[in-house]
Design a protein around this ligand. Structure first.
Ligand code: NAG
Ligand code: NAG
Ligand code: NAG
Length: 255
């Protein structure tokens, strides 16, 4: 991504958001803003359930990459000091259901969003553009729309398939011009030992520009996540699959 478009994005994010001083909060004090990098994590619903034991449910309108979360990195914990309510997300709810749905049968969408806010959002909230539940989710939606990796992949001829695999280098070089060199792809292994691409993590600075690499994304351990996130770095020498989404059989989409 060029510096110009990074700049535009930063400006867009900061200025396009409604002034919302009434919902700013003192919960996130300065000490929680010691983090430097955050990662924006997108997941591919077609593979998310492949290695999960818990029951999944992919809503039929979900046809593209979804948001897993926007996570400040290398922070011990955030706080539950800043409550979030369904009314905070009322206006965003149609978009959030579309782009940031829960895929776990036992969890409601709002529960998922609430967990993300408590676990990650309250730490992000020390930054302009993310300093309220509404703004944190709104900003995440804007980032998703901005990167639009579905069309990037399509443009590179990378489409979901059960019988075609890709090389690591192919995926990396398709994404690098848009997500930067430091983006990081994660795979899971299916019951037939295939490597299946499940997530991409996009590291960025607090100001939303790409290139933050203070910590190695692949080895960074964050605390156990409420929305389970199995995954390991995609292997560089093994074929990698991008399975189509199966609404009937999300756990084994390609048998
Ligand atoms: C964003 O922050 C990084 C790290 O502080 C800095 O190097 C970069 O110049 C900033 N970019 C913009 C557009 O402000
Ligand atoms: C999440 O919201 C969508 C749209 O309202 C709905 O179809 C889906 O069933 C919800 N998921 C859960 C687990 O409630
Ligand atoms: C490959 O998989 C796609 C769906 O992912 C299917 O439409 C196509 O027929 C398959 N091709 C072969 C040769 O099996």
């Amino acid at each position: 991504m060029s510096l110009f478009s990074s700049l535009s994005l930063a400006l867009l994010l900061v200025h396009a958001l409604p002034a919302a001083t009434q919902d700013s909060h003192t919960g996130a004090d300065k000490t929680t803003c010691q983090w430097e990098c955050m990662k924006f994590t997108l997941l591919w619903p077609g593979s998310f359930c492949v290695s999960l034991k818990v029951q999944c449910m992919i809503p039929e309108y979900v046809k593209s990459w979804t948001i897993h979360g926007l996570w400040p990195m290398s922070i011990g914990h955030c706080c539950s000091c800043w409550p979030i309510f369904p009314s905070d997300l009322e206006e965003l709810q149609p978009q959030l259901s579309q782009v940031w749905p829960t895929l776990l049968k036992s969890k409601s969408n709002f529960t998922f969003w609430k967990e993300e806010w408590i676990k990650h959002g309250t730490c992000a909230a020390c930054v302009e553009g993310m300093n309220s539940p509404t703004k944190y989710f709104q900003t995440s939606l804007k980032l998703e729309a901005h990167y639009n990796i579905q069309s990037v992949l399509k443009g590179a001829g990378i489409e979901p398939s059960c019988n075609m695999s890709y090389k690591y280098e192919q995926l990396h070089s398709a994404l690098a011009p848009v997500l930067g060199d430091l983006h990081f792809i994660q795979c899971v292994e299916d019951h037939r030992n295939r490597q299946v691409w499940v997530q991409v993590k996009i590291p960025m600075f607090k100001n939303f520009t790409l290139g933050c690499h203070r910590h190695l994304l692949g080895t960074h351990q964050h605390p156990p996540h409420p929305h389970p996130s199995p995954g390991h770095p995609c292997p560089q020498q093994t074929p990698i699959y991008l399975f189509p989404i199966s609404y009937d059989n999300p756990h084994q989409p390609c048998d």
